[in-house]
Write a protein that binds this ligand. Structure first.
Ligand SMILES: Nc1nc2c(c(=O)[nH]1)N[C@H]1C(S)=C(S)[C@@H](COP(=O)(O)O)O[C@H]1N2
Ligand SMILES: [Mo]
Length: 315
C-alpha cells in the first residue's frame, strides 16, 4: 500500500509509518502466521488484497493492525436500503442507477442558497484520498480508502447565517430509480443531520470516490457523507439536499426506532445497543473480534465537541 503524507495534516492524525507494516512485511508476517495455521497461499492472497485496486491515501486514525478492507467487501457488503435490505442487494440492484446528471440543493439558513450541478458543487473542493475507519451500528467495521473533501469546504461557501445550528442531509427520493423505496422498510427519503460544529469538523468527509475511483452506486454515488467517529447510519448516501437549520433535524433511524438509534450516534463501546453489545466489532474480511474504540479511534480529534454532554442520554 502506498501512503501519501499530507503536509497540512496534524501529526496526531497520521499513523506513523513504523506503526504500519508495509505490504511486503505484512505479507511476510501473514505468510508466517498462515503457515502456522496451515492456510494455503491462495487464501492469503485473497485476504491481503482481493482482486480489486490497491488502496492509496493518507491514513486517519488507523491503528497499527488496521489495513484497508478489500475492494470486494467495500463494494459488495453494503447497507443502502433504497436498493434492498440484504448486504449483497445494493451491489446488484444499484447496477443500473445513473448518478449523472445530479443536482445538489443547498438552502435554509445560508447567505448563498443555490441549486448546483454536481460538477459546479465540486469545483472549489480540495479533493484528497483519505483512509478512514468505518463502524456500523450492527457491530461490524471496515477500513476504507475514500476520495473526497471536508464538508466544511462547501459549508463555508454557503455561508451559514448566525441562526444556523444544524445541517440536514437528504437522500434522493425516486422509487423508479431506487426500487427499495417502493417498500416501507424506512420512512423515505432517508434524512440525517449533524450539529454545525460537527459538520465543520475537518474529519467530516464529503465522499466522491473510493479506492481512487468514482464512487460505486452501492456506496452512495455520486455524493455521500462519511463521519468516521459516528455509527455508519449517519453517513447518508446519494445526497440531493443540504439544508442549514436552527433545530435538531430528524434522522431516519431515530424515527424508525428511537430507543435504539439516537441523533448523536457517536461510536461508544460503553453504551450498548438495547439488543446487542457495542464493546466489540467484527472487521469485515477478518476472523476474530476487535475491541471497539471510543469515537471509533478519533477521540483525540473529536471528544472536545462533547464535553459536558451525557453520552448515555445523547446516544
Ligand atoms: N440513503 C442511505 N444512506 C445510508 C444507508 C441507507 O440505507 N440509505 N445506510 C447507512 C448505514 S447503516 C451504513 S453502515 C453506511 C454503509 O455505507 P457503505 O455501504 O459504503 O459501507 O451507509 C449509511 N448511509
Ligand atoms: Mo450501519
Amino acid at each position: 500500500m502506498h501512503i501519501r503524507r499530507a503536509p497540512d495534516v496534524q501529526s496526531s492524525e497520521i499513523t506513523k509509518e513504523d506503526h504500519y507494516l508495509n505490504r511486503r512485511e505484512w505479507i511476510a508476517a501473514a505468510v508466517a502466521a498462515g503457515a502456522a495455521a496451515g492456510f494455503v497461499p491462495q487464501t492469503l492472497q485473497a485476504l491481503t488484497q482481493g482482486q480489486g485496486p490497491v488502496a492509496t491515501g493518507t491514513p486517519y486514525g488507523l491503528q497499527k493492525d488496521d489495513k484497508p478492507t478489500p475492494w470486494e467487501d467495500v463494494t459488495g457488503y453494503n447497507n443502502f436500503y433504497e436498493f434492498g435490505t440484504a448486504k449483497e442487494d445494493p451491489a446488484q440492484y444499484a447496477k443500473g442507477f445513473k448518478p449523472k446528471p445530479w443536482t445538489v440543493k443547498v438552502d435554509g439558513m445560508v447567505k448563498n442558497a443555490a441549486d448546483y450541478q454536481l460538477e459546479d458543487f465540486l469545483k472549489p473542493a480540495k479533493i484528497e484520498d483519505r483512509i478512514y475507519r468505518h463502524r456500523c451500528v450492527e457491530a461490524w467495521s471496515m477500513v476504507i480508502p475514500w476520495r473526497g473533501f471536508s464538508l466544511s469546504d462547501i459549508l463555508k461557501r454557503a455561508e451559514p447565517t448566525s441562526q444556523a445550528k444544524f445541517v440536514e442531509f437528504t437522500t434522493l427520493f425516486d422509487p423508479r430509480r431506487m426500487p427499495g423505496q417502493t417498500m416501507r422498510v424506512l420512512d423515505w427519503p432517508y434524512v440525517e443531520g449533524l450539529r454545525l460544529d460537527e459538520a465543520m469538523h475537518p474529519l467530516a468527509l464529503m465522499v466522491t470516490g473510493v479506492y481512487g475511483r468514482d464512487l460505486p452506486n452501492q456506496n452512495g454515488a455520486p455524493l455521500r457523507l462519511h463521519v468516521p467517529w459516528k455509527y455508519g447510519f449517519k453517513s447518508v448516501k446519494s445526497i440531493v439536499r443540504i439544508r442549514l437549520v436552527d433545530k435538531q433535524p430528524r434522522n431516519t433511524w431515530n424515527l424508525s426506532a428511537p430507543d435504539e438509534y439516537g441523533f448523536y450516534s457517536n461510536v461508544n463501546p460503553e453504551v450498548d445497543h438495547p439488543r446487542w453489545s457495542q464493546a466489540t466489532e467484527r472487521r469485515i474480511g477478518e476472523f476474530s473480534k476487535r475491541k471497539t474504540l471510543m469515537f471509533n479511534g478519533y477521540a483525540d480529534q473529536v471528544a472536545s465537541m462533547y464535553t459536558g454532554m451525557d453520552l448515555r442520554k445523547n446516544y
